[in-house]
Design a protein around this ligand. Structure first.
Ligand code: ZN
Length: 129
């Protein structure tokens, strides 16, 4: 195995389902009402053991956002995206926060969330409804 330095979290943890790297704490969830093209996604205040990709503008359900994909540093899988900037005033609270796709995660109790095939297709959408 590699010699990657991974941050360890304590408490109720969401981890990468591929490599079990710790990614975020239940306590840092801001919202569970986000959606990605594979189903549910959660908004977190902070996430560890990830690296951000190239910034790009994306039109989402709630307007135009500048986002970057984030990758697990343990295995390189895309696990979600980060809001670098929101162009709508009402969406500014998302800036600097990170969305993790639920089905990419192993939950605090070891649970997994399976992809639902009735999820609508398209880009990664955020919904703060
Ligand atoms: Zn991983």
């Amino acid at each position: 195995m590699g010699r990657l330095f991974l941050v360890s979290l304590e408490g109720k943890i969401y981890s990468c389902k591929h490599c079990q790297a710790h990614l975020a704490l239940v306590d840092d969830i801001v919202s569970r009402s986000f959606h990605c093209r594979h189903g549910k996604a959660y908004l977190f205040n902070k996430v560890v053991n990830v690296t951000a990709g190239i910034k790009e503008d994306r039109m989402m359900m709630t307007g135009l956002h500048t986002v970057s994909d984030i990758f697990c540093v343990g295995c390189g899988a895309i696990v979600g995206w980060k809001y670098e900037a929101a162009h709508e005033k009402a969406q500014k609270y998302k800036e600097g926060k990170i969305v993790l796709e639920r089905f990419k995660l192993t939950g605090p109790d070891g649970s997994r969330y399976w992809v639902t095939h009735d999820a609508h297709m398209g880009g990664s959408d955020a919904d703060d409804a």
